[in-house]
Design a binder for this molecule. Sequence first.
Ligand code: 13P
Length: 249
Amino acid sequence: MSRVMLIAGNWKMNGLRAQLDFFAELAGQLDDNSAEVLICPPTSLLAAAAMACENSPINVGGQDCHANISGAHTGDVSAQMLADSGASYVIVGHSERRADHNETSVDVRAKAKAALEAGISPIICVGETLDQRKAGNATTFVGEQLLQSIPESELLNNPARVVIAYEPVWAIGTGMTASRADIAEMHAHIRGLLPPGASTRILYGGSVKPDNAAGILALDDVDGALIGGASLAVSSIKKILDAANTQPK
Ligand code: 13P
């Protein structure tokens, strides 16, 4: 089954209103684009970014959501609020949130479920630390983390609306990418844990750059990329999109 490639930018805690020109500039360069394009700006820019993308193929998404729809949760944002701001996706369980906010896989599963209920697609992040990889435990750890983080019945009902991102923690923001062999092994392992024939996409994230994107995106079970640093400049994300568009799959 062919899956449309998803090239997703995670701006993390970067971006001010002065950067909103990014969206029109990128949209102006998407004529020959066949991959799906998503940018997840900080929540402060989400509604303005969605407005800037109204007549363009660029989708916008959130970087986290609360598991509840509303209530007494100061500082949090619900999936319904993200949808209301124009988001069609939300990243959940990013390793920075798991580390900085002690989010567990049980929390991540509840957030992913909330996203689906609000009508937006969760991008569920999983990934091992360097110690886990060195100890030979990477696939076992990531498999268990995924099975705990994914809302199972919703996955069965909406396989195309669930996205998984494999992001080895040690590859994020370090300039070290996993080897193509390691990515291929992990993505095949993850695909094997999904229902047979599921149209769920599996993205790779961790120091994806214009010069390594083509090699990563060419791998069989890689359906796109989740990009941090290189998504902040139009020129670099455009080069990664070009690499995605030349993939035969
Ligand atoms: P970098 O591309 O900056 O390594 O970040 C990856 C990431 O964490 C995307 O969610």
